[in-house]
Design a protein around this ligand. Structure first.
Ligand SMILES: [Zn+2]
Length: 316
């Protein structure tokens, strides 16, 4: 009998989410627990083993039922070698994570970065369901991205594909954390929206002492504040320029937008669709829908499970 379940694991700076997931995407049992990155990767592997045993008990399953393990990491990775090169938030460097977890769990292990797996999760079970090719963009303090082509993550040669936040679209623009100027994330993130709002003299409607937030800018724009509307439409313009650059290259059928800014709903996506159809080639824009992510914080875990299933099937 073929193995019935995989373990999908999403490692965040604060919490780990892990779940036993069936081949149809059904979550059979799940758990969230503190990452405790300071204890080191060996302790992480031991804790994961312990949590897996508990999940199996809860689900009435056994280790022999587990086909493989997929792990999403907030890190620069060498996927073919199974190595974490650098995980800034975890303070881990040069960790042979696949060997460590494989030795501890005695199961096949596959890794990818968290943004790629969030993209894979959305394409498998979320807003990008049935997409053949999708670009997923996360708008938060920065801009993250993932590319899924024909149902699989596209990683590139050094696992850097999808870093769309660092496309330089305004070379005379602001200095980015990466050392380049005018990157998309300096123009179209929550951070950029707040920075430009403050520069435009916007004040939080929640009170003069409250620091301006990205939500405030949306709210001010909605209530008719012209300066806020300008800040917002400028941000959306640059976002459309960035997305059209990638879309003209990949010609995807779906763009999934996730992250905190998506809470604004159609106030973001409505004008974004209009700007995108202006910025991208007509035939590219016509073939591409822009949708809000649906899985929230579960996207990475489900994407890790999908990766585990793909890995198990390829090894079978
Ligand atoms: Zn950059």
């Amino acid at each position: 009998m073929s193995r019935a379940i995989v373990l999908g694991v999403d490692v965040g700076g604060t919490n780990v989410k892990a779940a036993l997931v069936a081949k149809d995407g059904r979550v059979v049992a799940s758990v969230s627990y503190s990452t405790e990155a300071e204890a080191g990767p060996e302790a992480f592997a031991k804790t994961l083993h312990h949590r897996l045993e508990n999940l199996l008990k809860e689900a009435g399953l056994h280790k022999a039922d587990v086909a493989s393990v997929g792990i999403g990491l907030p890190a620069f990775l060498d996927v073919p070698k199974g190595i974490i090169e650098q995980a800034v938030n975890l303070h881990w460097t040069d960790v042979p994570i696949v060997d460590l977890v494989t030795a501890e769990l005695d199961l096949p292990v596959m890794i990818d970065n968290d943004a790629n797996l969030a993209a894979l999760g959305e394409v498998w079970k979320g807003a990008g369901k049935n997409a053949k090719s999708a670009l997923c963009v996360t708008l938060g303090t920065g801009v993250g991205g993932g590319i899924v082509l024909d149902g699989r993550v596209y990683r590139g040669v050094t696992t850097m594909a999808g870093e769309i936040g660092h496309i330089s679209i305004k070379p005379d623009g602001e200095l980015c954390n990466c050392g380049h100027y005018g990157c998309l994330e300096t123009l179209a993130s929550a951070t950029a929206l707040v920075r430009d709002g403050v520069r435009a003299g916007l004040q939080s409607p929640r009170g003069h002492d409250e620091p301006l937030s990205a939500e405030d800018v949306f709210q001010l724009a909605e209530s008719g504040d012209q300066a806020a509307q300008t800040v917002l439409s400028t941000m959306i313009h640059w976002l459309a320029v960035g997305l059209s650059t990638v879309a003209n290259t990949l010609n995807p059928d779906t763009i999934v937008v996730s992250g905190g800014l998506v809470n604004a709903g159609d106030a973001l996506l409505g004008p974004l669709r209009v700007e995108f159809s202006r910025a991208a080639l007509h035939r590219v824009a016509n073939g591409c829908r822009i949708v809000a992510a649906e899985l929230g914080s579960s996207a990475g875990m489900l994407g890790a499970a999908r990766l585990a299933w793909q890995f198990a099937d390829s090894e079978a």
